[in-house]
Design a protein. Structure first.
Length: 384
């Protein structure tokens, strides 16, 4: 089977789905690797490095014409989808629950669409395929570096002949994969770190990394399905907000990572809370998207400075800002998923397998994922 690696075309995307180090295992499984020319450029991987690792570097036309399966990071654009043909397959972050229409377009062309973000994350066998975690990890790390860069003071306690610098007080809101990496990174930089989450089991995880857990007087346990949080009720939100505002006011840096799957991210840092922060404080909102963010004032993709001197940064694709490191992890994840679906050098989809069942969104000209079909029905008013 010929496996193509696409050059990403989404704005600001610098990652690539495979790195040269990942090719050996795929070749050993009988796969021939084609790489679209320039695919690794954003990650500082020249075409020659792919060629040396055994790949054939090809033009865009040849990639779409020859590949049986295409590996990518972001979902294909409308133009890329129109280049694909029936019987071909694609694997990437297709985000069918956010954009079911693009998944439907792939299905209509007869393309087998396999979405890496639909991995059953609690399945231990799927850990190596969990690109959501590997990329969240990169994001959590980078968010702290961005905050440190924007902050006009030191993170660590520093005693010098010119005086003593106090350590920065950092608050991490949301202690999932990104939040835990943010805690570790801020601690390694010497900051005093506090963290908060609505899932009580995160307390021990935060403390084991050296953060103090913010325990609110209003006890909230919002543990939801699959290790995720559920949405808070209006009463819980109000109680949480009043107490959190007090904590936020004393912080130099706030990094927010809180998400609730399939919903708008909860607002944890209100405009009032920002007003109460000291001039020079920095907020990095990792949850910001077109749907909004964890900070009421965030504008996705932008950095703003409020009248009271607080910098609010809302990056829209942090992993792409550390492309080589993020791609190396992503390549391992996508290779693990692919190898689990290859038999005798060809794609072999066993729908009794939990990973296959969850990740194959379109096959044989139809959407085969129940949740995606439901979404499509809803969006067409139940007439689909
Ligand atoms: P996420 O990106 O969905 O959310 C980030 C964090 O925000 C979560 O910890 C969540 O509890 C928190 N949050 C949501 N609403 C909040 C609110 N109102 N206030 C404060 N915090 C709030 O989560 P994620 O990082 O993708 O994963 C979350 C958890 O899923 C992990 O920590 C883990 O327990 C579980 N998980 C398990 C596996 C596995 O079993 N292999 C793999 C990945 C993740």
């Amino acid at each position: 089977m010929k496996v193509g690696v696409a050059r990403e075309t989404a704005a600001g995307e610098r990652r690539v789905a495979l790195v040269p180090e990942a090719l050996g295992k795929l070749a050993a499984a009988g796969l021939e690797i084609l790489v679209e020319t320039g695919a690794g450029a954003g990650s500082a991987i020249p075409d020659a490095a792919f060629a040396e690792a055994g790949a054939r570097v090809v033009s865009t036309d040849a990639l779409y014409a020859e590949s049986d399966l295409i590996l990518r990071v972001q979902k294909p654009s409308a133009d890329e989808t129109s280049r694909m043909r029936s019987g071909q397959a694609v694997i990437g972050f297709l985000q069918p629950l956010i954009d079911p229409t693009s998944a439907k377009a792939l299905a209509d062309r007869g393309v087998t669409a396999i979405s890496l973000d639909a991995i059953p994350r609690t399945l231990s066998r799927a850990q190596t395929m969990d690109a959501l975690s590997s990329q969240a990890n990169v994001g959590g790390y980078k968010a702290v570096l961005i905050a440190a860069n924007a902050y006009g003071r030191y993170f660590p306690l520093l005693t010098t002949a010119a005086g003593t610098a106090k350590p920065a007080n950092v608050l991490i809101l949301g202690i999932g994969v990104a939040g835990l990496q943010a805690i570790g990174t801020a601690r390694r930089l010497g900051a005093v770190v506090k963290a908060y989450d609505v899932r009580p089991e995160t307390r021990e995880q935060a403390e084991s990394l050296g953060a103090g857990f913010v325990k609110l007087k209003t006890a909230i346990d919002a543990t939801g399905a699959g290790g995720y949080a559920r949405e808070l009720t209006a009463e819980e939100r109000a109680a949480q907000q009043a107490e959190l505002n007090e904590v936020i006011g004393g912080m130099d840096i706030v990094i927010t990572t809180a998400q609730v799957p399939g919903r708008k991210p909860p607002v944890l840092v209100t405009a009032d809370a920002v007003l109460a922060m000291k001039s020079g404080s920095v907020i990095v909102d990792m949850a910001a998207s077109a749907l909004g963010g964890n900070c009421e004032l965030s504008r996705v993709g932008e950095t703003i400075e409020t009248d009271n001197g607080v910098t609010i940064i809302a990056p829209d694709n942090l992993p792409a800002t550390m492309p080589a490191g993020a791609s190396a992890f992503y390549a391992r994840n996508i290779s693990a998923l692919l190898l689990g679906m290859v038999k005798d050098g060809a794609l072999h989809l066993d729908f009794d397998d939990e990973v296959t069942k969850a990740t194959v969104i379109a096959h044989g000209g139809a959407i085969v994922s129940e949740p995606v079909n439901k979404l499509l029905e809803q969006s067409s008013g139940g007439n689909a």
